[in-house]
Design a protein around this ligand. Structure first.
Ligand SMILES: Cc1ncc(COP(=O)(O)O)c(C=O)c1O
Length: 393
C-alpha cells in the first residue's frame, strides 16, 4: 500500500482524499461534499465531470488519441483555426502545461532577438512578484526569491523590473533586450491587474526596441477575465500569449500563440515535444472553447463576476479584516489584514475550498459556469468564518 511518505515533499496539501466531483462540488472518500472555488487552480473552467467534456473524451479516445507531431490531425487543425480566429495571432505551438508554454515564449524571444540583432540581443525582462512556472527557464523569470533562490544559477541575461512601473523598465530595456514577459493579471503574486496606461506604454517601449512582448495568460486567459484572452481587456496586442490551465478544462494542455512576426522566428528543429497538440487534447480544448464562446459561459463570467464582487464588497463593509476586493471576471481575490491561511483553513473545515495568492490575498476561482447558488453559499461560509475569527481577535 502506497503511503503519503512515498511522495516527494513538494506540496502543502490539505488533509483530504477526493474521489469524485460534479460541477463545482467535490466529494471526499467519506462522502463529504465541498464547494470547490479553487477549480484545480483555474483549470476546471467548466466544473468537474462536465458532460460535454466527458462525451468528447469518450468519443475522441475511441477514434484517435495520439499520433506524434510527424503528422497533422483534423482536431489539431480545427483547434488552431479556432484559436487564431478568436485572437489577433496567426501562429501557435501546442504543449502540455503552463511552464512549457512560457518556455516557448522565452525561446521565441531569444531566437527572434538573434535574427534581428545578433547574439547580443538576448536579454529577457520580467516583473517582480510574477509567477511563470517551475522549469528552469520559467523559474528564471519568476520574480519571487522564494521560488528561485535554492536553484541558482538560473538562466543568464534575465533582469527583474517593478510591475506597473514604467520608469523601472525604461532604465533597463535596451537594444540588447529580446523579450519582456508579464502576466496581465498577476495570479499567484496576489491578483494584481496590470495598469491600462502602463501596458500601453510598455507595448510602445517594446516596439521602440524591437522586443517581443509576451503575455503569460496561463491563469488569467481562457475566459477567466470575462473575455476569451486577457489581453482583450487591455487594448494591447502582445506578440506572444502563453496559455494552459483552463485551455482543455482539466485535460493537460498548453499553447503559445504568436503573431506571424514573432512565430516565424522558429524553423524546424528549434522546438518540439512528444504529446503537444494530440487529437485527444485538441478535441477537449475545442469543446471547452465552444462552451466558452458559444455556450453562454463567457456571458456567465461577466454576470457572475458582478454578482460575486458585489457580495464580497458587502462583506468588506461588514468585516474590518477585509482590506480590498480585487481582480477581474472570476479571477478574484480578497486581501486581508490577518494571515489569509487562517481564513482558508477555517473555510476548509466548513467545506469550502479556497487558495491563497501573495502574502495577504485569498484567491477565489470558481468554475466559469458557476451558479449563483454556490456563490451565495461560498460568501456565507466566508462571512461565518471571518465573524468567528474576528470574535476571537
Ligand atoms: C501565470 C502562470 N504561469 C505559468 C504557470 C505554470 O503553469 P504549470 O503549473 O501548468 O506549469 C502558472 C501556474 O500556476 C501560472 O499561474
Amino acid at each position: 500500500m502506497m503511503s503519503k511518505n512515498n511522495f516527494m515533499n513538494t506540496y502543502g496539501r490539505f488533509d483530504v482524499v477526493f474521489e469524485k466531483g460534479n460541477g463545482c462540488r467535490l466529494y471526499d472518500v467519506n462522502g463529504n461534499e465541498y464547494i470547490d472555488f479553487i477549480s484545480g487552480v483555474a483549470v476546471n473552467c467548466l466544473g468537474h465531470s462536465n458532460p460535454a467534456i466527458v462525451k468528447t473524451i469518450s468519443e475522441q479516445s475511441a477514434t484517435l488519441m495520439h499520433i506524434s507531431n510527424y503528422f497533422w490531425s483534423t482536431k489539431l487543425l480545427e483547434l488552431a483555426e479556432k484559436l487564431c480566429s478568436y485572437s489577433d495571432h496567426q501562429q501557435l505551438f501546442f504543449c502540455n502545461s503552463g511552464t512549457e508554454a512560457v518556455e516557448v515564449g522565452l525561446k521565441l524571444a531569444r531566437k527572434y532577438g538573434r535574427l534581428k540583432g545578433g547574439e547580443n540581443k538576448n536579454e529577457i525582462i520580467y516583473m517582480n512578484n510574477s509567477f511563470h512556472g517551475r522549469t528552469m527557464g520559467a523559474l528564471s523569470v519568476t520574480g519571487q526569491g522564494k521560488y528561485q533562490d535554492n536553484f541558482r544559477p538560473l538562466i543568464g541575461n534575465v533582469k527583474e523590473v517593478k510591475f506597473n512601473d514604467i520608469e523601472s523598465i525604461k532604465s533597463v530595456i535596451s537594444e540588447n533586450t529580446c523579450g519582456v514577459i508579464i502576466e496581465p493579471i498577476q495570479g499567484e503574486g496576489g491578483i494584481n491587474p496590470v495598469d491600462k496606461k502602463y501596458i500601453k506604454e510598455l507595448r510602445a517601449l517594446c516596439d521602440k526596441y524591437d522586443v517581443l512582448l509576451i503575455f503569460d495568460e496561463v491563469q488569467c486567459g481562457m475566459g477567466r477575465t470575462g473575455k476569451l484572452f486577457a489581453y482583450q481587456q487591455f487594448d494591447v496586442i502582445p506578440d506572444v500569449i502563453c496559455m494552459a490551465k483552463g485551455i482543455a478544462g482539466g485535460f493537460p494542455m498548453g499553447a503559445a500563440l504568436a503573431t506571424e512576426k514573432a512565430g516565424s522566428a522558429f524553423v524546424p528543429g528549434d522546438h518540439g515535444n512528444t504529446f503537444g497538440g494530440n487529437p485527444l487534447a485538441c478535441s477537449v480544448s475545442l469543446t471547452v472553447l465552444h462552451e466558452i464562446m458559444e455556450g453562454g459561459v463567457l456571458e456567465n463570467v461577466n454576470e457572475k463576476s458582478k454578482y460575486f464582487i458585489n457580495s464580497l464588497n458587502k462583506l468588506k463593509e461588514k468585516h474590518s479584516v477585509i482590506k480590498e476586493v480585487k481582480g477581474m471576471g472570476l479571477l478574484l481575490g480578497i486581501s486581508v489584514s490577518i494571515n489569509p491561511k487562517d481564513i482558508i483553513d477555517k473555510c476548509f473545515e466548513n467545506k469550502l475550498l479556497l487558495t491563497r495568492a501573495g502574502s495577504d490575498v485569498i484567491r477565489l476561482l470558481p468554475p466559469l459556469n458557476v451558479e449563483e447558488e454556490y456563490i451565495d453559499k461560498a460568501v456565507e461560509i466566508i462571512d461565518k468564518v471571518i465573524t468567528e475569527i474576528e470574535a476571537g481577535l
